[in-house]
Design a protein around this ligand. Structure first.
Ligand SMILES: [Zn+2]
Length: 412
């Protein structure tokens, strides 16, 4: 805890406690006397909005108003509980899209935070708050970047656009970018390049740019046997005994060798359940859940077929339900990767390493439209954690970085 060491009448500054000695500042008022940069100001405005998935909490309206004033055409695509914003400037090809989400994950126990998660706070050169890194700083930066870009380049070639959703962090992503892309397919909306401002960096801004993702394929297996007394093996069929050698074979399988951009495909069993709890009963069914993180050297169809062939050799009676939550994609070296590398060198003084690691993002829905897709954003060390934060130095560089990418791709 810190104490309030100076009081100002709310009529003058709004309310904010501060402790100058430790540079700890609670930014609760837009009218604070501190000289805030546009990116810091906008990021704080977004963090204050408690936008837990699928609630946008007014983030998109705030950004839409700015973009409308800058000459963007707006479209609000609300599906179910989810707000999606599609803002465009210019017309025709090439189409450059900035992609982001306004929703955040829950804070966890607020008492464990050093400062309240939805009250943006600066200390030790960092801005703290839920979404500081994932990804309200990125959303604010992309908005400022394209606003500045069209102000200085009103007659740029092609189209510059921002696509935002409030359904990225939830379990289904049904009504977010996935649904918007279905709408884009109906309209034949082409996308050439897509930059998503997700936190891609590891140690400092720009050290890693994500150029692809592995696919994710999950299986839910049920192996049926015949339940009975353990003392009468001739009267039972034990599903554990049937499944165990199959699972051992699957766990030891070399699915592929990977390739230059991806590590080999991995198979992991996450849950196994069988048994009644009694020691004298052979169970009638065994249930297994597993997941493939797979690279472009394998296809989902091939992985399914090989898995089912192994099971068929060991267990005569099984069912297997599959869920393909994301196909792998890879953006090869082309105009987008070259622009991102050049912008990162100019703004951050660093040559980014192209990488395909990490979890999934909404980029997986955009890539199948034929777009080149990269993820470029702040350091991801604190995302989804207690005391999530972004460095003030990287925050200030972010809008310049995104604007420079636009200048290199659409001209200036
Ligand atoms: Zn995110």
């Amino acid at each position: 805890m810190w104490s309030v060491v100076a009081f100002f009448p709310p009529s003058a500054f709004g309310t904010f406690p501060r402790k100058r000695g430790k540079e700890r500042i609670l930014l609760t008022s837009r009218r604070s006397p501190f000289n805030m940069s546009p990116i810091l100001d906008l990021t704080c405005d977004l963090i204050r909005r408690r936008s837990l998935t699928p609630n946008d909490a007014g983030c998109q309206a705030l950004l839409a108003k700015r973009l409308e004033n800058a000459g963007f055409t707006l479209e609000h695509l609300r599906f179910g509980e989810v707000d999606n914003l599609w803002a465009t400037h210019g017309s025709g090809a090439p189409v450059l899209v900035y992609l982001g989400h306004t929703d955040v994950v829950p804070s966890g126990p607020e008492a464990q935070w050093a400062s309240p998660p939805f009250e943006p706070t600066i200390r030790d050169g960092r801005l703290y708050g839920r979404g500081a890194a994932d990804m309200k700083s990125g959303v604010a930066a992309m908005t400022l970047a394209i606003e500045q870009y069209v102000t200085f380049n009103p007659n740029h070639r092609g189209t510059i656009a921002l696509l935002l959703t409030s359904d990225e962090e939830g379990p289904t992503n049904r009504d977010g970018v996935k649904r918007v892309v279905e709408e884009f397919r109906r309209r034949n909306q082409h996308i050439d390049w897509c930059v998503t401002g997700e936190p891609s960096s590891a140690e400092r801004l720009g050290d890693i740019v994500r150029v692809g993702r592995r696919g994710s394929l999950s299986g839910h297996l049920r192996v049926r046997g015949v339940q009975g007394h353990v003392a009468y093996p001739d009267k039972v069929r034990n599903p554990i005994h049937l499944a165990a050698p199959a699972l051992a074979e699957l766990a030891a399988m070399r699915w592929d060798e990977g390739n230059a951009e991806f590590p080999p495909t991995s198979f992991q069993i996450s849950n196994v359940h069988a048994g009644t709890g009694a020691l004298n009963v052979v169970p009638g069914e065994l249930e297994v859940r597993f997941n493939f993180r797979y690279c472009t050297a394998s296809s989902a169809a091939d992985l399914r077929a090989r898995t089912e062939a192994v099971l068929a050799r060991h267990a005569p009676d099984f069912t297997l339900d599959w869920d393909l939550s994301g196909e792998p994609f890879l953006t090869t070296d082309g105009p987008l990767r070259r622009a991102v590398a050049a912008a990162t060198q100019e703004v951050c003084g660093i040559v980014p390493r192209a990488d395909t690691g990490g979890g999934t993002s909404d980029a997986r829905f955009i890539a199948p439209l034929g777009a080149e897709v990269v993820e470029l954003g702040p350091v991801n060390a604190s995302i989804h954690k207690i005391d999530e934060s972004v460095g003030l130095d990287e925050l200030e560089q972010l809008p310049l970085l995104h604007r420079r990418v636009a200048e290199l791709l659409l001209g200036q």
